[in-house]
Every structure is written in C-alpha cells, then in structure tokens.
Design a protein around this ligand. Structure first.
Ligand code: GLA
Length: 377
C-alpha cells in the first residue's frame, strides 16, 4: 500500500509529499452509548487509511483514491462540495477546520486503505482522522487540540454525510495507542488508557460480509428515540437515566422508545462492569457482558441481523467466552473473546456453518491493537 501511494503521488503530482495514517477501531463494549453521554471502550487497530499530502499553492484540493481509482478536485468554499461520497469526507474535514478558524490551503493527496469497508471498523472515521491530523500538522502548526480533531471528523459526518454519529470512532482513530484500549466518558470527554493483554485469550473479529441497505437512516432513528426519552425525563442524555426512571414514564412513550432506552441504560452499566472485571483479570465476566450486549442490541435496540445472530449463536455453542455484534450494526462483524485452545475449532466451525447457511465464509480478522493517527514521514 505504502509503495503504491508513493508511486501514484510521484506519477500524478511529480513530487513527494508527507505521509500520514490513521486507524480503524474495535470496541470491546459500550455500543450506542456515545451519543447518550455514556462510556465506550474502543481501541485503534492495525488496519489504516494512509495518505500522502502536499500543499499545491492553488485554491483547490486535488485528490486521488487508489482503492476506488477515482480522481476528484474541489475548492474550499461551502458551495464546492464534491458529489462523490468518499471525497465529501475530506471536503467536510477541510470545511470544519475552516469553520473553527483554522487554516486549510490547496493541497494534493493520494490515499489508500486496508480497512474492510462496511465491516463496522470505521473506515470513514479513519479517513476523516487521517486528513484532520494531517491538515493540522501541515497548515496549523498542530495547534488544534487532538480532541477537537476528533470532533472535526464527527461534525463532518453530521454536516456533510448525514450520519448523526457519536464521538467514539473518530476519538479511537485519533487517540489510539498500541496495546491499549481506552475508556472514554463521552459526557466529560475524560478518558483512560487500559493496557489490554488478555493472557490465554484472543480477540477475533468475524466479518459477516453483509451490509444491509440502510433506508431511512435507522442509525439516526435510534438516536432520535434516545433523545425523545431523555427529553421526556427532563434530562440532557440517557447517561442520567436509570430503569426506575424509565419505568415511571413507560406509559407515556412508545414501546419502541422504551426498548431503545432500556438497552442504553443497561449498556452504560455493562461498560463499567467490564472495566472492573478487566482489572481483576476476570475474563469470564467480560465475556458474559458481551453476550448480554449482543442480546440487547438484537432484541431491544434492533440493530442486529440474521447473519450476526447466527455468528453469535455459533460462538455460544462452541463455548466462546464472549461474543457480540460490534459497531453501529445492520451488518458487519462480531467481536469474540476466545480462549487460545478453542480458537482453531471456533474459527473452523464458524467458517463451515456460516458457509453452509449463507453460501460464503465469514472473513476472520485477528485484532492487533495499534497506534491511532500519526505522521509516517
Ligand atoms: C457507529 C458510530 C459511533 C457509535 C457506534 C455504535 O460506529 O459512528 O459513534 O455510535 O456506531 O456504538
């Protein structure tokens, strides 16, 4: 990937730029809690977006995507938004920096990635974070605070891509640290690094390679449900809700909103439980909470799908310690905490059973927790 980017850049722009990378992410637990002011527990992974970039002295951006094999040019004013979705991520980052009083001038860029698309590993956040980090370095003397870089990516999703996401993905992509997960309090923005080395276990992702069509923005709809319940309770976010409060308004909200909020309230507690369990080295409890999260995401939050429920069932049948759908949902991966001695059998069984039912094997990714956004050279 690296040599391809360099050759393309040289070939197209006749010079050499500076290279930057930012990562995809996993999340051990804490799903759909970020936009509810709750906790998340992500880490960056060794799958990245890498870009080579150089100021071009013009008032426009010229960028080539190696993977899509497409070249786009756009200006830096609001009306210059490109039509291509992938280019809107970059345009959005430029605009959000400018809106915050930062500087962005014309530049040339070539980028590529090895984060599987649609797998729930946040390739879009990695793209945003890579450019936010790079443009901060290149044009702003790194004066924009790192958390603000994550917010720039998040605002890009809100204002240029139509997804009202939380902060988790961009945060993980920017702040990721090799060998560490991070527990982020999405209300206060405080976070802690947690060295993660579960001796005797492996973390593995099984990618269903399914991406269901998201008509009607179901992600945004989930968020709206949560906000409606919070408003009804007279609180800012569901972070401040408990089951007693929720039950007291049960008759005044829809059954659907009730289920959504029930999941979020439970999930908030599960993240804290998992942190305690990790500190004790109690992986059985970690795994139990993961299964509970899966159940909640499937039955109450309704962001799972048949294929992911099937993968979760296989994990359970094989005696895997913990397994759950990961990320926004509606396709993508399960994340599995597996004892070393069970690993081979589990993977073989999952491949065989999934292929027999769906006609293709799931993809298998071993998780390597890595650094987030950085300059390569
Ligand atoms: C997507 C969003 C995140 C988060 C997760 C669900 O990845 O981008 O902000 O809400 O879904 O936990």
């Amino acid at each position: 990937m690296d040599s391809k980017i360099r050759a393309e850049f040289k070939n197209r722009f006749g010079a050499e730029g500076v290279r930057y990378a930012s990562s995809g992410r996993i999340n051990l637990i804490g799903e759909h809690t970020d936009y509810n002011g709750g906790f998340v527990f992500p880490g960056a992974i060794d799958k990245v977006i890498e870009a080579e970039i150089k100021p071009n002295g013009l008032d426009k951006v010229r960028v080539y995507s190696v993977d899509i094999d497409e070249y786009v040019e756009f200006g830096l004013n609001e009306e210059d938004a490109p039509a291509q979705q992938w280019a809107r991520y970059i345009f959005g980052v430029c605009r959000e920096i400018i809106k915050r009083g930062g500087k962005v001038e014309g530049f040339d860029a070539v980028f590529a990635g090895n984060i599987p698309l649609g797998a729930g590993l946040s390739s879009s956040a990695a793209l945003e974070s890579c450019f936010a980090f790079a443009l901060n370095d290149m044009f702003n003397d790194n004066k924009i605070d790192k958390f603000e870089l994550a917010r720039i990516g998040q605002s890009t999703e809100h204002n240029y891509c139509g997804v009202n996401c939380g902060i988790m993905d961009q945060f993980a992509s920017i702040f990721g640290k090799k060998g560490n997960l991070m527990r982020l309090d999405c209300r206060s923005s405080e976070f802690e690094y947690f060295p993660f080395d579960p001796v005797g276990y492996k973390l593995v992702l099984l990618d269903s390679v399914v991406k269901h069509e998201l008509v009607d923005s179901p992600y945004n709809k989930r968020r709206e449900s949560c906000e409606r319940v919070a408003a009804k309770l007279g609180i800012e976010t569901l972070r401040d809700a408990n089951m007693e409060m929720l039950d007291s308004i049960k008759d005044e909200i829809s059954a659907e909103d009730y289920s959504r909020a029930k999941f979020v309230i439970g999930e908030k507690e599960r993240v804290l439980d998992v942190c305690d369990a990790l500190m004790r080295g109690d992986y059985e409890t970690v795994g139990k909470r993961m299964y509970e999260t899966h159940h909640g995401l499937s039955a109450d939050y309704e962001v799972s799908c048949e294929e992911l429920d099937f993968l979760n069932d296989i994990a359970k049948e094989c005696g895997v310690t913990g397994s759950r759908i990961m990320g926004g949902g509606f396709g993508g991966c399960t994340i599995n905490l597996v004892k070393d001695e069970l690993y081979d059998k589990f993977i073989a069984t999952a491949r065989e059973k999934f292929a027999a039912k769906y006609g293709h094997e799931p993809r298998v990714y071993d998780v390597v927790i890595s650094d987030g956004a950085h300059r390569i050279g």
